[in-house]
Design a protein around this ligand. Structure first.
Ligand SMILES: Cc1ncc(COP(=O)(O)O)c(C=O)c1O
Length: 439
């Protein structure tokens, strides 16, 4: 199965373990996350189950924050809620000092429920409805990243009615190829996102005159799972150039929002290095005199999450299929993006046995319900547990109840213990909101 942007050799079980310090193999307890045996979690809460490591998330936040500090660049980090919107996780990043980046009123209300102040929330997205904007503005949202001229007018009208002033940044589409999967590229002229550079000056001038809105700056987001700093450099240079020319035209520009997109090493390819990223940001924005913001999601949570499943059966049908109790309704990324996820057995004994190729699949009635093709894995009998790695971002948030499969439980590992943070959905909850028509 092709990875989004990496075609190197597949790492083996030992490579996967060695590249992920939060994971340890314990001779008796088997695979552990941050010292906590996954078997203990699965015994307590069943499978499939999402498991997130709090220390890993905190460490990744600190690495990003420290990379900017080392460059002397003050950076306001707004966690992109869409990557993993669990209240426990939003709360964790709030405690680290992060604001939130949201793309719907549901995400906005989730973030505020987790204690993020409305003032520390940025609202992005190509289609915000009037009622969503009204709620966000009424609650005192900090900034709205606007994606069209139509939206500027809409916000002005709503803000006037509410007697508030909306801080808006114009999302500029820099027409830069982020070098990532087509489905997660957002900064090309052909993509639906943002405003073309040539349209920004007139729209900025219009916004500066409109009542109810204050044009505060420029926002960008060129895509996700970006592994090179070069597309960022190109995009941010265009953003900096735009800010200079807006100022020459007499506009006030206070903010540059750099978006998210920092990629991680799913297949042990080097992820985007925060220090290299911070250095590019410093070089491009040096002397620009703006408040810098960014909106990372995947980088902060991706490597901190696992999806733990159990083998239902090992089917021989010309080739070996490992059929799991986890499926594409939990982790969509392989079906949606042909994404590669590492897979590790949870039991220690499995690591002593020879590996042979197997297709790792879920039980859903779709040929796309496949996590890995021809993956080298040991013999795994029914009941054996496996962990799908790097599933913390764009995992649970994209899950569904397809095939009437209740949503999986989620557990947070912290300080050597673990806690349930989402209960497994009851089967009856699948239809509790449904109404049978009267006959
Ligand atoms: C506007 C915006 N900001 C931030 C992000 C977060 O991206 P990532 O999780 O790749 O950091 C996204 C996701 O695509 C986005 O659309």
């Amino acid at each position: 199965m092709a990875d989004m942007n990496f075609t190197g050799p597949e790492p083996d079980l030992q490579d996967l373990l060695a590249a992920r310090p939060p994971l340890q193999m314990h001779a008796q307890d088997g695979l552990c996350l941050e010292g906590v045996p996954l078997n203990a979690i699965a015994d307590a809460h069943g499978t499939p189950v999402w498991v997130y490591g709090a220390a890993t998330m905190r460490a990744r936040f600190a690495a990003l924050r420290d990379a900017f500090a080392a460059e002397g660049v003050p950076m306001h980090i707004h966690y992109a809620v869409k990557a993993n919107d669990h209240l426990a996780i939003l709360n964790l990043f709030r405690e680290q000092g992060a604001g939130a980046d949201v793309v719907s009123i549901g995400e906005f209300l989730r973030a505020t429920k987790a204690g993020v102040a409305a003032q520390n929330i940025v609202y992005s997205g190509v289609g915000k409805s009037a009622s969503e904007l009204e709620t966000a503005l009424g609650a005192g949202i900090g900034q709205i990243n606007v994606e069209s001229a139509e939206e500027v007018e809409m916000i002005s009208g709503i803000a006037m009615r509410l007697c508030v002033v909306a801080n808006i940044a114009l999302r500029m589409n820099p027409d830069v190829d982020a070098g990532t999967h087509a489905k997660i590229t957002t900064g090309l002229a052909e993509n639906k996102f943002g405003i073309a550079a040539e349209d920004i000056p007139a729209l900025y001038a219009r916004a500066a005159k409109l009542p109810g809105v204050k044009a505060v700056g420029i926002a960008m987001h060129i895509g996700s799972q970006i592994l090179s700093t070069e597309p960022y450099r190109l995009a941010y240079e265009k953003g900096a150039e735009m800010i200079r020319s807006l100022r020459e035209a007499g506009q006030s520009v206070e903010v540059l929002d750099l978006g998210g997109g920092l990629g991680i090493g799913y297949q042990d390819e080097p992820g985007l290095n925060p220090s290299a990223f911070a250095a590019v940001v410093r070089q491009v924005t040096d002397g620009l005199g703006v408040k810098l913001m960014m909106e990372p999601g995947r980088y902060l949570v991706g490597p901190a999450g696992l999806l733990v499943g159990s083998v239902i059966l090992q089917k021989q049908a010309g080739k070996r299929f490992l059929v799991l109790d986890a499926a594409m309704n939990e982790l969509m990324r392989p079906a949606m993006y042909e994404a590669w996820h590492g897979i590790l057995p949870v039991g220690a004994a499995a690591y002593q046995n020879p590996t042979t190729p197997a297709d790792v699949v879920g039980p859903i009635c779709e040929s796309a319900d496949i996590f890995a093709k021809d993956r080298q894995l040991p013999d795994l009998q029914p009941g054996a547990r496996i962990a799908l790695l790097d599933a913390g971002a764009y995992g649970a948030v994209m899950s569904s109840a397809y095939n009437a499969r209740p949503r999986a439980a989620a557990v947070l590992v912290d300080a050597g213990g673990f806690q349930l943070i989402t209960k497994r959905q009851e089967i009856a909850a699948l239809w509790e909101d449904e109404i049978l028509p009267r006959t």
